[in-house]
Every structure is written in structure tokens, then in C-alpha cells.
Design a protein around this ligand. Structure first.
Ligand code: UD1
Length: 347
């Protein structure tokens, strides 16, 4: 299959590109490089042993999206592209609604015009909101995300269900990610956030490599075993495998829309992540406990049963592997992709 990967130069997108090629798919990347570095494309070529074509534009540009579909036969789309910082979405909500919704509309229209019927959409566990049970199943309602970012995901999910209702030949997978961490085992691609990382694992990695002095742990008075929040960290390679499994499933499935949680089904506390990272890196991670961060849930993890039963997929990598692989990437690339030359046609 020829698969268009939007946001294919980003963190989860790039890891998925490698696995798609390994599974025998042909990949075309579209990325506006707003939050990804062009240098990733050279690394993807090296990892896949092939040249991954990339088009550098923003999918909200309907004409360019149309031209891409008019000139390239696309069999399926995996749509990762989008703005994704929860805190920023509170500051600039219109940008989030405009970008995340319009890029999806633009893709859906081009897909319809050109007979492309298979779509995998990157959703998030954040759609479940703060009243959901733990572990959480896909049929939990009402979806009640608490940030503009999360609400873009809830709205797009609903748009996809409405569109699927009009065309039974569509095959749409909604994948709800828990907390993606880790990196490709080669250490050549990984997460490279711009500015100060919002998320725990990249922050710890930057402390370990000496880019930041210490980590702030947001609260140790939660009703959990050690008082710090528990999350369902999932290795990005397991997550990428979930996308390949979803594509394979849709080729034979009768369902127009399917929703799958991609998580491990277990919670790990902030202090447990710090300790696992210290082991992996062989050095201490200095930290201070500070006040709780607004909006954080004490504990949240997936019920991944449906993905296991329907996709035959299961997350297999441990928190130790997640930390070891993050460290291999961060220690080999202390400044992420910054020091690498760009491939000529990217960015
Ligand atoms: C966040 C987003 C979620 C998004 C996910 C992507 C919020 C409220 N939610 O989830 O929508 O899908 O990232 O991975 O932002 N922590 C610290 N110190 C830090 C950073 C984090 O103690 O410097 C703690 C947090 O309090 C939390 C845990 O680490 O308990 C994980 O935080 P984070 O990596 O930001 O993920 P989530 O908040 O679960």
C-alpha cells in the first residue's frame, strides 16, 4: 500500500514511517516542519534503506493538498500532523481549532475526491477527561477533554464518525494514545521538543544530558502508592506497531469506524520513571518536589483489551526499555536534530 503519513517527520510519525516500510508499505511524508526538523528525513532514509519522499507544506492549504492527491496515488492516510501542546492550546485556542480541524477537513475532502478510503487518526487519551474510570475503555462516555487541544481531538473524532456515516466504504481508525515515550533502538531518531519540554520523559532526558539542572516533580501528595502521579507510558515503537496493525485490520474489516486505546494497561509513577531513568543512564537525576500542576489527574491508564483482541496487538516494551532507548537517543544527540544537516528537499 502507498501510505501518506502527515506529520511523518514528527516524533510518533517518524517511528511509524520506519515500521511501515519494514511492513512492505511505500511511504510519502507530508510535514510543514513547524515542529519537526528536516534533518529527520535523512535519518529515515538511513534507517529504511530507501528514499522517503517528503512534501513540505501545511495541510490547511487545500490547493496543495488537492495537488498532492491529484499527482500521487494514495491508498491510505495516517494523520499525525497537528498542534499538540496542552498549555499552549489554552493560550492560543483559535490556532489549535483552526489548524487541527482544517487540516483534517482538507485531507478528508481530498481523500473523497480521489477515492482514498482508509484513514488512521492520531487521537489521545486526553479525550476521556477527568472523570473517566481507571483503567479506561474505549466505550467510556461522555468524552470530556479539559483543554482546547483535547477538544480538537474530541471534535475531529466526531467529524470522522459523521463522515463515515455518509460513506460505508470508508475505513477509519481512531487511535487513542496514552503517554508515548522512548525512541528507536538505533538512537538515531527520537523526541526533539522545541523549547522547554512540557512532558516528563523529554525533560528527564534533558536533565540527564546536562541541558537542564534539575526536574520539578509536580506534587507528591496524590492518593497513589508513592504520592506522585501514575501514567500509562507506552514505548513509541509499540505505538508505531499499533498503527501498522490498525492498517492491516482495516483491509479486512467491515467496520467503518474503529476506536482503539494504545496503552500498556499499567501505571508508572513519576518517581518510578526517575528511578528507571537513573538506572538506564547510570547517573542521578536531580529533582525537587513542587506544587501540583493544574489539571493533572492522580492516575490514569488504558484498558488495552480491545486492541489486543481485535488487532492482535499488545505493548511489550518495559519502562526500563523506554528509559534506555530514550537515553541512547538523547546521549547520542544532546541537542536533538539541531546539529545535523538537512536533506536537500526537506523543510
Ligand atoms: C500530557 C497531556 C496529554 C498529552 C500527553 C502526551 C496534560 C494535562 N496532558 O499528559 O494531553 O496527550 O501529555 O504525552 O498536559 N511531570 C512532572 N514534571 C514535569 C513534567 C511532568 O512531575 O516536568 C509529571 C506530571 O505531573 C504527570 C506526569 O509527569 O503526572 C506525566 O506528565 P506529562 O508527560 O506532561 O504527561 P500527561 O500530563 O499525562
Amino acid at each position: 500500500m502507498r501510505v501518506l503519513v502527515s506529520g511523518g517527520a514528527g516524533y510518533i510519525g517518524s517511528h511509524t514511517v520506519v515500521q511501515l516500510v519494514a511492513a512492505g508499505h511505500e511511504v510519502v511524508v507530508v510535514d510543514d516542519f513547524g515542529n519537526a526538523k528536516p534533518a529527520v528525513m535523512g535519518r529515515l532514509d538511513a534507517l529504511t534503506g530507501t528514499h522517503i519522499p517528503v512534501q513540505a507544506f501545511d495541510l490547511t492549504d487545500k490547493d496543495k493538498t488537492e495537488r498532492l492527491f491529484a499527482t500521487t496515488q494514495i491508498d491510505a492516510v495516517i494523520h499525525f500532523a497537528g498542534l499538540k501542546a496542552v498549555g499552549e492550546s489554552v493560550q492560543i485556542p483559535l490556532d489549535y481549532y483552526e489548524n487541527n480541524l482544517e487540516s483534517t477537513f482538507s485531507l478528508l475532502r481530498a481523500m473523497r475526491r480521489h477515492g482514498c478510503r482508509t484513514l488512521v487518526f492520531s487521537s489521545s487519551a486526553t479525550v476521556y477527561g477527568d472523570r473517566a474510570p481507571v483503567p479506561c475503555r474505549e466505550d467510556y462516555e461522555p468524552l470530556n477533554a479539559s483543554s482546547p487541544y483535547g477538544r480538537t481531538k474530541v471534535i475531529i473524532e466526531q467529524v470522522l464518525r459523521d463522515v463515515a456515516h455518509t460513506d460505508p466504504s470508508l475505513r477509519i481508525a481512531i487511535l487513542r494514545y496514552f503517554n508515548p515515550v522512548g525512541a528507536h533502538v538505533s538512537g538515531t531518531i527520537g523526541e526533539d521538543p522545541q523549547g522547554v519540554p512540557n512532558n516528563l520523559m523529554p525533560f528527564i532526558a534533558q536533565v540527564a544530558v546536562g541541558r537542564r539542572a534539575s526536574l520539578q516533580v509536580f506534587g507528591d501528595d496524590y492518593p497513589t502508592a508513592d504520592g506522585t502521579c501514575e501514567r500509562d507510558y507506552i514505548h513509541v515503537e509499540d505505538l508505531a506497531a499499533g498503527h501498522v496493525a490498525a492498517l492491516a485490520k482495516m483491509a479486512t474489516s467491515d467496520a467503518t469506524v474503529s476506536t482503539w486505546n494504545l496503552g500498556t494497561g499499567t501505571g508508572t509513577s513519576v518517581l518510578q520513571v526517575i528511578s528507571a531513568f537513573e538506572q538506564a543512564a547510570g547517573r542521578p537525576i536531580p529533582y525537587q518536589v513542587v506544587a501540583r500542576r493544574a489539571g493533572d489527574l492522580p492516575a490514569f491508564w488504558a484498558d488495552p483489551t480491545r486492541a489486543h483482541e481485535e488487532l492482535g496487538w499488545r505493548a511489550t516494551r518495559t519502562i526500563e526499555e523506554m528509559c534506555a532507548d530514550t537515553w541512547r537517543w538523547q546521549s547520542a544527540n544532546p541537542h536533538g536534530y539541531e546539529d545535523l544537516p538537512d536533506r536537500d528537499d526537506a523543510g
